[in-house]
Design a binder for this molecule. Structure first.
Ligand SMILES: [Zn+2]
Length: 288
């Protein structure tokens, strides 16, 4: 416990024990996800599963703290796993080279104590929300737009969910390909982890926290459960049943089963509008 002596003074032994017993998933390992994974690893979370099919590119390096130039073209999830193992070898880390979509969302969420949303696509986010609400697994959302960020804790049965107020995007609106700095995702990831600590202290507020980095204004907005929500009210889970079109970001080409640490045989090839990334027989299309 020497490693945690300073945070024990702030959190207490009960919360530290709950952290060390936690099995969490970090969905997405970009700027938000890598910051989340580092913070959770340093906190001493028992088991962290990091899911991302993407590779590290030069345009990531200005905002993703765990990645260096040596990591270019390597799978983000593997790089995160290796770096966090160096930081805290007591934490079990699973790297899953995959996206989370209709085919695997329920399986990825199952058995987790909490899930962190570090995605950059509204449509994939709604699939993840459906899977969390259906499995009654808490979800901590963060969204980033330029120098503006939002964060929210979703506890199925107790709070509103993302589907209560979000709708799927079409075309370029389904991805958040917008500029940001290294500061915004780092702070938003920190706020997500603070919400996780508050949740472990049994403190649950149904509110969205909005942070404007330019003005340094923070606002809390109460979000009520939507009685017509197809996830938390009607339990129809339309996004894990329907095939929402994804016209940007990463999407699945082949449809193989989930594999862990399948780092062998990585093949990356350039296409007209982006990249094809294959891990063994599992392939993804990345549009840029
Ligand atoms: Zn809802």
């Amino acid at each position: 416990m020497e490693r945690y002596s300073r945070q024990l003074l702030a959190l207490g032994i009960d919360v530290q024990e709950r952290i060390m017993e936690s099995k969490v998933a970090v969905v997405g390992c970009g700027a938000l996800g890598s910051s989340l994974a580092e913070l959770l690893g340093r906190l001493g979370v028992g088991e962290i599963t990091i899911i991302d099919a993407d590779i590290v590119e030069m345009s990531n390096l200005h905002r993703t703290h765990l990645f260096t130039e040596k990591d270019l073209m390597r799978p983000k999830a593997i790089v995160c796993k290796e770096k966090i193992e160096e930081i805290n070898s007591e934490v079990k880390i699973n790297a899953v080279l995959d996206i989370v979509d209709q085919t695997n969302a329920l399986d990825i969420v199952k058995g987790k104590d909490i899930v962190f949303d570090a995605l950059d696509s509204v449509n994939y986010r709604l699939i993840l929300n459906d899977a969390c609400v259906a499995n009654k697994v808490p979800l901590i959302y963060a969204g980033i737009s330029g120098e503006y960020g939002t964060v929210k804790l979703i506890v199925p049965g107790k709070t509103s969910c993302l589907s209560c107020f979000m709708t799927p995007g079409e075309g370029s609106n389904s991805c958040e390909i917008i500029g940001t700095t290294s500061i915004v995702p780092t702070v938003m990831a920190s706020l997500q982890v603070q919400l996780y600590l508050n949740y472990l202290r049994r403190e649950v507020q149904d509110e969205m926290i909005l942070f404007d980095f330019r003005t340094m204004n923070m606002e809390k907005v109460k979000i009520n459960m939507n009685p017509n929500c197809e996830a938390c009210a009607l339990h129809e889970y339309i996004y894990i049943k329907e095939n929402i079109s994804q016209s940007c970001g990463i999407s699945r080409i082949s449809n193989e089963t989930l594999s862990e640490d399948s780092s062998s045989e990585i093949k990356i090839s350039k296409t007209q509008d982006g990249l094809t990334i294959c891990y063994g027989s599992k392939c993804f299309k990345k549009r840029v």
